[in-house]
Design a protein around this ligand. Structure first.
Ligand code: GLU
Length: 467
């Protein structure tokens, strides 16, 4: 009889940001890997907004998260789910846990806790809750103080180990006696962070938790709660931090920019994905790859173990490579959006303009700076005018202007006109091309002059050459 095939469990990952402060590149990298893993495995990617810190959470921060993910094309299959909207569910599960005997009330006041901590520190011990209110066989608990609302603590196992095979860190083992009994509900009954995360990961059927390693200390506690609730924990991968250029942990406080700012500064979503992917994962020596390649190649076996360091110059280089490789027709709408932000309406020439200038640009903003010369006045510097548009060259410029008034308006005819003027005035190409560029484009360095002029409207060229 053929063996019955066990269907592989469908992969489900999540990104669970706290909407406090604007999401930066370090944060969004924690979305990239779970998203890519779900996509590469044909699974589901879930977005969960961890907004229980009501003081620090804001709708504006949620909006930036949603906008950033939409821009980068990291579309969740489910969510956003908001933790604040799931309180009833957490309380329900808390009651189950309490009924099963895993939870006990603790009446220790803040002052008592502080005193306990001080005694422990003075004795060079690790500060931890000492189990005063933990019930035990034959143990007599202190009298319940009047008028005090207790917190609820989780009865953590006291013996044995919590262990998991982390996809980044390898085997991690923590002795249970290192962990004290965690507060899982506040005096007003609201459940605390670690508990909510476990309930969510269970309800959302998360198979792989891929998150920053600042959460690694929560993991053994969460695993114990999983088991108390009768579930096996998911697979964990704790990603090393992303450092900024100064080697500090990337944070808003240390000047990190919101992800959406990179969009505004002219970076391409696929280049961002490429760059961020390489900040903690590798595929051989491949530096430049497409979104499709990344999703095809990504797995949890090649995650890096050391902190990635952000490098602006490298990001620009990666962006420039993607920009160059992109089809002009695909690039044009992005540049059009940049121009529109400047009040400029582009036209059918834009794809060709992109094609001509993209090699010398690292962002769509730089490309829009070039394109702008085709739609708006240029302002050459006094220095460039004085240096290039000399009295000696002015007659040749006038002659070119006259010829350009009559030729067919294409690069070949324009090139022939330039050649004729050079011959007539005994000039070398740069002697004429530089001043013409300064007048028409506002700068002496541009791609091939005939191609540049052909993309302009004839009237505008004649007007700019009429110096
Ligand atoms: N909300 C947490 C954070 O923004 C993530 C928690 C998790 O992924 O388990 O750091």
């Amino acid at each position: 009889m053929p063996e019955k095939e066990v269907p592989a469990k469908r992969v489900r990952t999540r990104f669970a940001p706290s909407p406090t402060g604007f999401i930066h590149l370090g944060n969004i990298r924690s979305a990239l890997y779970p998203w890519a893993f779900a996509r590469s495995q044909g699974g589901d990617f879930i977005l969960r907004i961890e907004d229980t810190d009501t003081e620090r959470s804001s709708q504006a921060a949620v909006d930036v998260i949603l906008e950033s993910m939409a821009w980068l094309g990291m579309t969740p299959d489910e969510g956003p789910f908001y933790q604040m909207q799931r309180m009833t569910r957490y309380k329900e599960v808390l009651a189950q846990l309490q009924a099963a005997g895993y939870v006990y009330p603790c009446y220790m006041s803040v002052a008592e806790l502080d005193a306990l901590r001080e005694r422990q520190m003075a004795a060079k011990q690790k500060p931890r809750y000492d189990g005063t209110w933990r019930p035990g066989r034959g143990k007599v608990l202190p009298p319940v103080p009047e008028g005090v609302q207790p917190v609820l603590r989780f009865r953590n196992p006291q013996e044995g180990m919590v262990a998991w095979d982390d996809k980044v860190k390898g085997r991690v083992e923590i002795a249970n006696d290192e962990l004290d009994d965690l507060v899982i509900a506040r005096p007003d009954g609201t459940p605390t962070y670690n508990f909510c995360v476990v309930v969510d990961d269970i309800d959302m059927r998360i198979t792989h938790v891929i998150r920053g390693d600042d959460h690694v200390n929560n993991t053994p506690r969460q695993i114990n709660i999983f088991r108390a609730l009768g579930y096996e924990p998911p697979v964990y991968a704790h990603l090393p931090t992303v450092l900024n250029e100064q080697g500090e942990k990337m944070s808003k406080r240390h000047g990190a920019k919101a992800v959406t700012q990179y969009r505004d500064e002219g970076f391409l979503p696929d280049a961002m994905i490429n760059y961020l992917a390489r900040l903690g994962w590798s595929h051989g020596d491949d530096e430049i790859f497409s979104r499709e390649q990344f999703l095809q190649w990504f797995n949890l076996d090649h995650l890096g173990t050391s902190a990635g360091r952000f490098d602006d110059a490298k990001l620009r280089w990666v962006n420039a490579q993607h920009l160059k490789a992109m089809a002009d027709a695909a690039l044009a709408p992005l540049v059009a959006a940049q121009l529109e932000a400047r009040g400029i309406a582009a036209d059918e020439r834009l794809p060709a303009i992109c094609g001509l200038f993209k090699d010398r640009c690292d962002t769509t903003v730089a490309l829009a700076d070039w394109a702008q010369a085709f739609y708006r006045d240029v302002t050459p510097t006094a220095d460039d005018l004085a240096r290039h548009v000399t009295d000696a060259v002015k007659p040749a410029i006038a002659a070119l202007r006259e010829r350009l008034a009559g030729v067919a308006w294409d690069a070949t005819s324009i090139a022939a006109a330039i050649k004729q003027v050079l011959a007539d005035h005994q000039f070398k190409m740069p002697q004429l091309a530089m001043p013409v560029r300064v007048l028409v484009m506002g700068t002496p360095q541009t791609p091939s002059l005939d191609a540049v002029l052909a993309l302009h409207r004839r009237e505008l060229v004649l007007e700019r050459l009429g110096c």
